[in-house]
Design a protein around this ligand. Structure first.
Ligand SMILES: *Cc1c(COP(=O)(O)O)cnc(C)c1O
Length: 367
């Protein structure tokens, strides 16, 4: 018998087997309609109901207050780097931007385009820590009058995560958070944020849908001069149907939300995710230096665990051999090298244990 396949991809990433199997069963005939979700009008009653329930289930899982709007947009998290500025920095002189790794650095480099606001570097984790630790929230250089403060809560490439969810004082500008690679991995208090956005393809569903959660009062800032397709207000005024949304990814995301509910919600996910991460970091730390993770223990990501042997040839061998054992897509990000195990919600503890068993065996042979 072939060993099971464990998929450690950083994104598009693993989905629960039961979700894929439901999608398979419903592929040709969704719920007795006689056709596929992929081939129905986004304005049909059937699809409107899929969208409605996806939103309601997400609201339930994250306990989203009524004064927050939810959108499923396209363009990925990358489009949000600019959309948040276009919509919410209008008339402001400054945006505060916290740089802690690959994704927030890209956001920082993009946010100023098509905007007159100064994109102020509020903290620079590259300069301070070479991206092996996170600047504490109380060290961020924030101006009370800034339009908002942008940050990435989990750096997918550098394997860093704010373990305590950042919170600013009431007199501070709203927090705009890229939550792509950790949304729904633990409970959060949505009211601590002005905006939360996340590309679905990390911890939710397939690529193509981007979830945006917006505190209602911020919508007053959206100017009519912003083209409708990039204007949050236009999307909200048309119930998320300004143009054709990514119907199939929304449907799959909805299945994942139901799966999460059946598992006991995000609080339960947090317990399992904490255990998975602890087990894997312990294996790295107990390898006598054969495997290395240089991230400060208080900033280690529970979603993306990076490690290296410190030897490029061995790392390559690890990537190749692990693949033949059913441990897939462990190669690190192109600019980082080494290995990266993304252990999102859908990765089981057994998957992590299989990885550790292989790591130990690999070390016995090459250590
Ligand atoms: C993957 C990722 C992005 C980019 O997402 P796209 O959907 O490809 O635009 C942005 N931010 C974070 C934290 C990510 O992990």
């Amino acid at each position: 018998m072939l060993p099971p396949i464990y998929n450690f991809s950083a994104g598009p990433a693993i989905l629960p087997d039961s979700v894929l199997s439901t999608a398979q069963n419903e592929m040709f005939d969704y719920n007795g309609t006689g056709f596929s979700v992929m081939t129905m009008s986004h304005r049909s009653e059937v699809f409107m109901s899929i969208l409605y329930h996806a939103e309601q289930d997400l609201r339930q899982l994250l306990n989203i207050p009524d004064n927050y709007k939810v959108l499923f947009l396209q363009g990925g998290a990358s489009a949000q780097f600019n959309m948040v500025v276009m919509n919410f920095a209008n008339g402001f002189k400054r945006v505060d931007s916290v740089v802690t790794g690959n994704w927030s650095a890209i956001a920082h480099s993009q946010m100023g385009k098509l905007s007159d606001a100064e994109i102020h570097l509020a903290a620079d984790g590259g300069k301070l820590f070479n991206y092996t630790n996170l600047p504490p929230v109380n060290s961020w250089d924030i101006d009370k009058n800034s339009a908002f403060v942008h940050f990435v809560i989990n750096e997918t490439v550098h394997g860093l995560q704010y373990r305590e969810v950042p919170k600013l004082g009431d007199d501070m500008p709203p927090l705009v958070c890229d939550m792509s690679s950790e949304i729904l991995s633990r409970p959060i208090n949505v009211s601590d944020f002005g905006v939360i956005y996340a590309g679905a393809q990390k911890n939710i569903g397939p690529s193509g849908a981007t979830i945006v959660i917006i505190r209602e009062d911020l919508l007053d800032r959206c100017s009519d001069r912003i083209p409708d397709v990039w204007n949050y207000k236009s999307h909200i005024n048309r119930q998320g149907m300004y143009n054709t949304p990514a119907t199939y990814p929304i449907y799959i995301s909805g299945l994942v939300f139901r799966w999460l509910q059946s598992q006991g919600g995000v609080a339960h996910m947090e317990t399992i995710n904490t255990l998975k991460a602890k087990t894997l970091y312990e294996a790295i730390d107990n390898s006598g230096g054969f495997y290395i993770n240089n991230v400060h223990p208080g900033a280690r990501s529970k979603m993306n665990v990076i490690f290296t042997t410190g030897d490029k040839r061995l790392d390559e061998l690890f990537a190749q051999e692990s693949t033949t054992r059913g441990l897939q897509l462990l190669r690190g990000y192109k600019t980082m090298g080494g290995m990266r195990a993304s252990i999102y919600n859908a990765m089981t503890l057994q998957g992590v244990e299989a990885l550790i068993a292989f790591m130990e065996e690999f070390q016995r042979r090459y250590g």
